[in-house]
Write a protein that binds this ligand. Structure first.
Ligand code: ADP
Length: 149
């Protein structure tokens, strides 16, 4: 089983989309194994997005994700990294397909509601950045016998 880090950014919280987004993840068959709401520290946001530190939007990106409460989670399942990227939709909501979170709810790249790790290395790094090991649970979902071949 693979784990990925997912965040509902402050615009998703402000717009009342937390329940809908969690529901999409759960209904897809992915398992929530850690879940927390907090206002992300600036230093944590800078570390999280360090690959973009030289980009012109870095300052506004850090301000955006630290502007209010966000929801952080660890999501587990077979191919969870690729599946969560597909559930979120394209980074630029203009290109995101209907049926994806960004394709259904967002307009601009700078307010695109959700984050999900893009590769196994970034998932490992982001999970360790945002969660302590003891916060991550392990359990079986009752539908796993039907979800997996
Ligand atoms: P993703 O979040 O889909 O992994 P990236 O890693 O490319 O996308 O970018 C991280 C985040 O930075 C985006 O989700 C978006 O919030 C912000 N971002 C990326 N490109 C831009 C841009 N050109 N203008 C404003 N914000 C941007």
């Amino acid at each position: 089983m693979e784990r990925t880090y997912v965040m509902i950014k402050p615009d998703g919280v402000q717009r009342g989309l937390v329940g809908d987004i969690l529901s999409r993840i759960e209904k897809r068959g992915l398992k929530l194994v850690a879940l927390r709401m907090n206002v992300m520290e600036e230093a944590t946001a800078k570390e999280h997005y360090k690959e973009h530190s030289e980009r012109p939007f870095f300052g506004s990106l850090v301000s955006y994700v630290t502007s209010g409460p966000s929801v952080s989670m660890v999501v587990e399942g077979k191919d969870s990294i690729k599946i969560m990227r597909a559930v979120n939709g394209a980074t630029n909501p203009v290109e995101a397909l209907p049926g994806t979170i960004r394709g259904d709810f967002a307009i601009e790249t700078g307010r695109n509601i959700v984050h999900a790790s893009d590769a196994p290395e970034s998932a490992e790094r982001e999970i360790a950045l945002h969660f302590e090991e003891f916060e991550i649970t392990g359990y079986s979902r009752i539908d796993e016998g039907q979800l997996y071949e």
